[in-house]
Design a protein around this ligand. Structure first.
Ligand code: GLP
Length: 252
């Protein structure tokens, strides 16, 4: 049985300090292992980390050319170039400014709405994604944020600790939070493909970021709960190298 309270929480005076700390850790990993495998989140939370890593690439010659990446999730039903597709967001916010070749970046293939009724006469892209991660040697360091309902990636409440990459229905809060970006709730996809909790737990290092007062209750519940499927972030407890990096306002 896993140890249930093993989440190291580091509190920083400012968000920038936390981002810098994690950027330095990622940079050290990449310098030691130029072909390191990174797991990456989208959302507002990791933007400063990506900006700092891109700055290190530009100003300090940090070389990402051989790094491989796997993103946590992707919306179903969007083309890769859709303005809200995570693949496009990552290209604009991180891959291009940090010099990461598109060929080195992995996303769940949502092309045919895998898992949807009547759409399964081809190789399962969820299994493909898991295999690609394994073939790369597994994820060395994975960056996560926490959603309003405690989700990590798109593992919504009810997600099991043993869950793997799969097609999921998005929670109403998750869709509501994305409505402004999509220009209306009815334009927000109803489904996504996400790494499962078990997939995430296989990464060698997990780094969870949370900033701002709106994350305070989320951080408290993540630290207090123990493997509660209704609070997916709490399912990360027990990972041997798990760290939460928060600013003072998120720490309460
Ligand atoms: C999104 C993503 C998550 C992200 C979370 C929090 O829906 N799928 O990976 O961590 O919501 O988003 P934000 O960082 O914008 O608060």
């Amino acid at each position: 049985m896993h140890d249930l309270r093993s989440m190291e929480c580091r509190v920083f005076g400012t968000r920038t300090q936390a981002e810098r700390e994690l950027a330095v850790e990622v940079a050290e990993l990449v310098r030691v292992r130029p072909d390191a495998v990174l797991g990456l989140a989208t959302g507002n939370t990791p933007t400063g980390l990506y900006r700092e890593l891109a700055r290190m690439h530009r100003d300090e010659g940090l070389d990402f050319a051989s790094v491989r990446t796997f993103n946590l999730d992707e919306y179903c039903g969007l083309t890769p170039d859709h303005p809200r597709a995570f693949r496009r967001w990552m290209r604009e916010h991180f891959f291009d400014p940090a010099g990461i070749p598109a060929a080195n970046t992995g996303f769940p293939d949502v092309g045919e709405n895998v898992g949807a009724p009547g759409a399964s006469d081809r190789i399962d892209p969820c299994a493909d994604f898991e295999r690609a991660i394994r073939d790369a040697g597994g994820i060395d360091l994975l960056v996560l944020g926490i959603g309003r309902n405690g989700h990590v990636a798109f593992n919504e409440p009810g997600s099991e600790r043993a869950s793997r990459t799969r097609r999921v229905e998005l929670h109403p809060w998750t869709r509501a939070d994305a409505a402004a970006a999509f220009g209306g709730l009815d334009r927000v996809p109803t489904h996504a493909i996400t790494m499962g909790i078990a997939t995430i737990l296989e990464a060698r290092r997990l780094r969870v970021l949370a900033f701002g007062p709106e994350k305070r209750a989320l951080v408290a519940r993540t630290l207090a709960a123990t493997a509660d499927p209704d609070w997916p972030a709490s399912q990360l407890h027990g990972h041997p190298d798990l760290r939460l990096l928060v600013d003072r306002s998120a720490a309460g």
